[in-house]
Design a protein around this ligand. Structure first.
Ligand code: ATR
Length: 275
């Protein structure tokens, strides 16, 4: 029996236990995957205790991805660039390795599950919080033609653009937004709080694809807004959630799991405990 967990606060909503149980069933692996509610300031102690007590690794969700970055002794490229870790594993010689599977999970969902291209596309990213910082570099690697990043608090978008330092990525204000992006990615938490983003409808045309990093039963408020403004190709972040988990599972067990049936099961709502 392998012991794994997801650390977060809050964590009760996390679907990771169900997702990893489905992966484990596919591979005939016996798994005990728990949710661990970590009190503020207690991450390092909780993480060390879990590994000392035989845990083989764990996932990390908000707000501990930076703490996990500091906890790791070695980092994957994605983790180092994002300065955020969502997957901890331990090598045979005891080295604690931090990985970030969010960016690869998003890219895989967009390209393989949805069949959308990123190459040569004009992309608008809305938001500049931890969720966007975690995926931006993996998006840039896919060779978009141009990426605009817009955020309510402009400084945070500028910080990301400065940090990534790629001529194709530019922070923009509302007045700079252009008509008809090829792809719009929402990484804000506005919808989760019941707020709208107040974006101009002109950013969407009939061929614009819209992706929301968050997900909700039914649709998200961002995707509803996109649809009302003429978008016909849209997706929430459920596929990304499953893909980032699949990559974590691969890091721990070396197994490549099928994700389609897991996404469908979650979509069905049979496993729905989420927000
Ligand atoms: P996460 O780690 O999930 O990205 P975060 O770091 O708190 O969370 O970032 C939340 C993002 O949603 C930010 O880009 C935030 O904008 P600000 O930087 O201006 O705070 C954005 N956001 C949250 N509520 C919003 C709202 N009502 N309108 C616009 N943007 C909002």
């Amino acid at each position: 029996m392998y012991r794994l967990a997801v650390f977060g606060n809050p964590v009760a909503h996390s679907r990771s236990p169900q997702i990893h149980a489905m992966f484990a069933a596919q591979c005939g692996i016996s798994l005990d995957y728990q949710r661990v509610l970590v009190p503020p300031g207690r991450f390092l102690k909780s993480a060390s205790d879990f590994l000392d007590q035989g845990g083989m690794g764990f996932n990390i969700t908000m707000p501990f991805k930076y703490d996990a970055f500091q906890f790791a002794q070695r980092h994957s490229t994605s983790a180092r660039l994002a300065e955020a870790v969502n997957t901890i594993s331990v090598t045979d010689d005891g080295t604690i390795v931090g990985d970030n599977t969010d960016g690869p999970g998003l890219v895989r969902d967009i390209r393989l599950n949805l069949g959308w291209t990123l190459e040569n596309q004009r992309v608008l990213i809305v938001g500049a919080g931890g969720a966007i910082r975690g995926v931006i570099r993996d998006l840039m690697v896919c060779n978009p033609a141009q990426v605009h990043i817009y955020n309510r608090t402009r400084r945070k978008a500028e910080d990301i653009a400065d940090n990534v330092n790629d001529a194709r990525l530019k922070s923009v204000i509302k007045g700079d937004l252009v008509a008809g992006y090829d792809l719009i990615i929402n990484g804000t938490s506005a919808g989760l709080q019941g707020n709208s983003l107040a974006l101009p409808a002109s950013i969407i045309t009939g061929s614009t694809r819209c992706y929301d990093l968050s997900y909700a039963k039914g649709s998200t408020s961002f995707l509803n807004w996109c649809s009302e403004n003429g978008c016909t190709a849209l997706s929430d972040g459920l596929g990304m959630l499953v893909e980032q988990a699949a990559k974590s599972f691969n890091i721990w067990f070396g197994e490549s799991v099928a994700t389609g049936s897991v996404i469908a099961a979650l979509r069905d709502g049979a496993q729905d405990t989420g927000p």
